[in-house]
Write a protein that binds this ligand. Structure first.
Ligand code: HEM
Length: 383
């Protein structure tokens, strides 16, 4: 794929740099909030707008905040999704504006809350809608019943980790006995590496830069990320969330060359093993003089490569985790669940990285289209 025509549009760039300036997360960028003695998050009024065509917390802010808490809950059989989602959307607006007493005076800064509904709820609105299909089971899963699926996703992200449980508590209190929590997971991201062409991504706890390949331009996002229809879901997307625990001691015992062979990129520079820079696409055809692939046959970037799989791009926005074990809360957004399912099917059995993982929680959600004061969250789906 040529990168020359894949630069973000000026609008996307202005939006992204605006968000970076607002959060003070850009390298060397000191906002008043970043000075010693000030709260760690940006002051009220400079946060990420929660309303609009798409929910925040997917492409914005850029780069993503360093802390995440995902809460997965079930909806009580007797509770109507429409009023619940409208309540939650209203609360997201007041929380992100710093105008809700349940924030206990904490500045919201770059807080985002992204809300999705699980397949069971989507099916009540239409069996053929995007988001109505359950995630299939895969090998290397050890999931308690409680940790598979769920009706409601609350993805809460912020630069200030202290906000996360406070915001989760406010949202769950608002939902009251209409929801029952299933599982929750917190995660962190380190500082980002600038990859080039407007793309930056953090390292995961394997030490590799994670999140390079994805729909980063406006055109790619329109094509691969956002749902264009039908009307009740237009502007939404499909999320996959999987807690992947990693056998870190076993991976760390490999030589750097073997770690790189498992991933298919250099650990220090993120360049593909076929050469170039971090921004280069892996050249899957490139071989050594003795006929071996430079990007090994079982390497992760080859097995997951969208062209090799024959699917579109997924936006990966994963967070590293430490509890209950070290690993990755893998999060991807795409406008077709098959982008994920076909990729994982292609990885299964032959992806060298996958051999170090055990997946202990997983679910898919329809991330609802954006909302505002006039159009409550979920209103087009659950009238
Ligand atoms: C513990 C689990 C995982 C880790 C640590 C991990 C890490 C990485 C890293 C470091 C890269 C290379 C840089 C980049 O493009 O971001 C990568 C690429 C990628 N990963 Fe993963 N990943 C994991 C699981 C998954 C899963 C479950 C999927 C989807 C089913 C996936 C899909 C992809 C895709 C599509 C790419 C881009 C491949 C390319 O075209 O070069 N990953 N991953």
């Amino acid at each position: 794929m040529s990168r020359a025509d894949s630069r973000p549009s000026r609008r996307a760039f202005v939006r992204a740099t605006g968000a970076v300036a607002a959060t003070g997360l850009a390298a060397g960028c000191e906002t008043p909030a970043a000075r010693p003695g000030r709260p760690p998050s940006a002051p009220p009024g400079t946060g990420v707008t929660p309303t609009g065509r798409h929910q925040a917390g997917i492409t914005l802010p850029q780069p993503a905040q360093s802390n995440l808490l995902a809460v997965v809950a079930d909806l009580d059989e007797a509770a109507a999704p429409g009023p619940l989602l409208a309540d939650l959307g209203n609360l997201v607006r007041t929380l992100t504006a710093g105008a809700d007493p349940r924030l206990l005076g904490l500045p919201p800064g770059d807080l985002t809350v992204t809300i999705g509904v699980g397949p069971r709820l989507v099916r009540t609105a239409g069996a053929a809608l995007p988001g109505a299909a359950d995630l299939p089971g895969y090998s290397r899963e050890e999931m308690a019943r409680q940790a598979r699926g769920g009706d409601l996703l609350l993805q809460i992200c912020a630069g200030d980790a202290l906000l996360l449980p406070v915001v989760a508590s406010a949202l769950l209190a608002q939902a009251g006995d209409r929801v029952r929590e299933r599982w929750r997971q917190s995660g962190q991201r380190g500082p980002v590496t600038t990859v080039g062409h407007g793309v930056s991504a953090p390292r995961n706890l394997l030490g590799f830069v994670d999140g390079i390949v994805g729909p980063h331009t406006t055109a790619e996002r329109r094509r691969h990320l956002w749902l264009s229809g039908p009307a009740p879901v237009a502007g939404g997307t499909i999320a996959v969330v999987r807690r992947m625990e990693i056998d870190l001691p076993r991976f760390a015992a490999l030589s750097v060359a073997d770690q790189e062979a498992a991933l298919g990129r250099r650990r220090a520079t993120a360049a593909p093993l076929s050469g170039g820079t971090a921004a280069s696409d892996p050249d899957l055809g490139a071989k050594t003089p003795d006929g071996r692939y430079l990007v090994p046959a079982d390497s992760h970037v080859r097995r997951a490569n969208p062209r090799a799989v024959g699917v579109g791009l997924m936006l990966r926005r994963s967070y590293s985790i430490d509890q209950p074990a070290p690993g990755l809360l893998f999060i991807s957004f795409q406008n077709d669940l098959r982008t994920f399912t076909r990729t994982l099917a292609h990885m299964e059995g032959s992806d060298a990285l996958l051999r170090y993982t055990t997946t202990t929680a997983g679910a898919t959600f329809l991330v609802l289209p954006g909302f505002d004061e006039q159009l409550p969250l979920g209103a087009r789906l659950f009238a």
